[in-house]
Design a protein around this ligand. Sequence first.
Ligand code: GLN
Ligand code: ZN
Length: 764
Amino acid sequence: MARTHISGFSRIGAQRELKFAQEAFWRGESSEADLLEIAEALRARHWQLQRDAQLDFVTVGDFAYYDPMLNLSALLGALPARFGFDANTLSLGQYYELARGNAAQPAQEMTKWFDTNYHYLVPELDANTRFHGGVSWFFDEIDEALAQGLPVKPVLIGPITFLWLSKSHVPEFDRLSLLPKLVIRYNRILDTLKQRGIEWVQLDEPALCVDLPAQWLDAFSAVYEALGTNGVKVLLASYFDDAAQHAERVARLPIAGVHLDLVRAPQQLDAWRAALPPHAVLSVGVIDGRNIWRADLSAIVASLRTLDAELGERLWIAPSCSLQHVPVTLASEQKLDGELKSWLAFATEKLAELSTLALALRDPDAARDALAAADRALDTRRRSTAVVNALVQRRVAAVDDTLAQRRSPFAERNRVQREALALPLLPTTTIGSFPQTASIRRARAAYKRGELRALDYLQRMRAEIEFAVRKQETLDLDVLVHGEAERNDMVEYFGEQLWGYAFTENGWVQSYGSRCVKPPIIYGDIYRPEPMTVDTTRYAQSLTPRPMKGMLTGPVTMLQWSFVRDDQPRSTTALQLALAIRDEVVDLEKAGIRIIQIDEPAFREGLPLRESDWPAYLEWATRVFRISASGVADRTQIHTHMCYSEFNDILPSIAAMDADVITIETSRSAMELLDGFGAFAYPNEIGPGVYDIHSPRVPGEAAMLRLLERACEVIPAERLWVNPDCGLKTRGWPETEAALTHMVRAAKALRLKLAARQDVAETA
Ligand code: GLN
Ligand code: ZN
C-alpha cells in the first residue's frame, strides 16, 4: 500500500500568525514566551492537518522562526564569526540579529531559494568554520511531535545543498574542504535521531537540479556513502527540476529512497525506475507544490497503478516540493468566485488530494466520489477556459516577427528621439515611484473600504501627482514621472484592470522572514478591456512642459510574480500579457506621451535552474518584451528598468530586448556591473543607478559624481542617463529630496566638466 507524506508545509499560518508574532516580538510588544507559544501552536496545527488527511508521516523540521537555512546554520554550529555568537547558547534575540543585523553588524545576506520567490539567509563559511553543533530546536520539535504520538519524519536540508548555497568572504576558499567536518556533524545529528527511534529522515538536495561541477558530484557520493550507513533510513529529496542524470550515481549509494519532482520533470521517472535497486523507496512528487491548481487526480491515479502494484509500501506519494510555496488554505477565501475557487487547491487542500490518491489506489470504490468531484472541477475549468476570448486567441495566433521589432534600428530611432526630446547630455530622471506616504496609504485603504468615493480618491491621487511633479521641476530633473501614488503594487495594479486575473484575500506566501506576498492568479486569457494608465499619465503630462514618462510593468514580471495557468506554456501567457501591454503603450503614445518605461525587474529571476534551458527562456522572454514595446513610432522612446540583478551573463539578451534606454541597479556594487556592459559594448542608452535607494542614507554629490565618472569610462557620455537604483516608494520625502538634489548637481557638474574638456580638445 502506497504511503503519503509531504516535504514540508507553510510555516506562516493561515492568518499570517507567525508574521504578526515575530513583528510584535521585534517591536518589544510581546515576550519571547508569547512567540514560542504561537509557534508551537502553529506546528501542532500543521501536524494535525497532516493527520487529518491521514498522511503516513508527519513532517517535522520545516518550521523556522525566520528561515530554515539559518536554523540549519545554528544547528550545525556554523554561524558567521563576525557576530561572535555561540551557537550552543544562541538566544532567539541573537538569532534575529543574524537575520536582520544589529548596530555593529549587517544582516546575513539574503538570496532566492533556487527559482522560487522565497529568500534564504546565505551561510557564511571560512577555513575556521567548525560545525561543533549548536541549538537543539530541531530535536526539541521532534520531541514535541513524538510526545503527541505522531509518526515523525524529520526533514533537513542536506549537506551538499547547504554548502553549495553558502559563501565565503575569502574568494579562493574551497567550501568543499569543510565537507569532512560537516559530514561528522550530520552523522551526529542522525545518531541523535536514531536514539529517538526515528526510522526515516528526509535530506533535501535540490542542488541536484542545478549544474553541479564534477567535484561537487563526487563529494555528493562521498557524503552519502557516509550518511547512509548510519542506521536511520535516508530519503534523498530532489525537487524543482530533472535529476535523472544522477540516477545511477544515487542508486549506488546506501540510501533508502529518493523523492522526485514529477510535476516539473515527469520524464525522469523511467531513468530512476531503471536505476534504483529493488529495495529502494520511490517518493513521487505528483501534486504541484509550486502552483495553486487542483490536480488531475484521475490521471495521476491511472499513471500510478503499475508503480503501485510493483512497489507497494515502497511507493510514497507526495507533493513535488514543500508546500511553503503555496498559500495555506482556500477556507480563508470568502470573496473568490465560486467556480474559480473550485479549480484551486492551496496547501491544506493539497493534503486532501494526497489522501484521495492513496485511497484511490487502495480502494477505488471508496475514492470514487472524491475523484468524481475533482473530475467535475477540472472539466468546468477546461470548458470555461475553452470559451476563450476569441479576440485574444486570434491575436496570439497572428503574432509574427514584425510585431517583435521596432520600425527602425536603434541608431536611427536614437537620432529621431534626440531631435524630438532635445534633452541635455546626461539626462536626469527617476525610476517611477515617489514616497508612498502614510496619507497616500490611508486614502487607498479608505477607498477600498468604501469610505472614500471614487471621485474623491481620484482627486487625492491627482493632488499627489501634482505635488510630485512640482517637486521634480524644483529639483530640475529632465524627465519626470507621475510618482505611482495610485499603485499599491506594480503587478496587482495592472492585474486588477486586466481580464484573466483574480485576487485572493489571504493567499499569502512567505517571501522572507516576516515578509509575505500575495501573488495574483492568472486563470484565463489576458485581455485589456480599456486603457489602464492613460488618464493618469496624460493628467501628469498636462502639468508640465517637461517629458513625462509613462510607467508600465512588463510581461515577464507580470508573469513571474503571479500564479500562472498550468494548461498552456508560460510563454503563451506571457505573450497574451505582452499584447495587452502593447496596446497600452500605443494608447500612451496617442495621448502624447513621448517616453514610456516598461519595468522588468523579474526578468532575470525567470531563468531556469539549468543553463542548458536558458536559451529557450531568453528567446521568448526577450521576444515578448519586444512585442510589448514595438507598437510605437521611432520617435517614442522606450525605457526598461531592472534591479537586484546580476546580468553580465545574459547581456546579449538584455541587448536583444532593444529598449532605447535601460536603467539598472549599480550603486552598491560601485558600478562593477557596468564593466560587463562596457566589455560587451552594450549598444543602447544606459542609466546606471547612482543612488542606493535601499538605505535611508543620503549620498553626497561628490560620491555620485565619482560613480558617474566611472560610468563614463565604460559607456560614452552621450549614451548615459543619471538616475537612482530603483523606485523611491519606500523612502521618505526629506531624504529623497536631498539625494535627488545632489544627483542633479552631480549631473550638472559632470556636464560642465565634459564641456570644458571638449573646449580644450577643440582649441588644441
Ligand atoms: N517603477 C517601479 C517603481 O519605481 C519599479 C519598481 C521595481 O523595479 N521593482 O517603484
Ligand atoms: Zn527596481
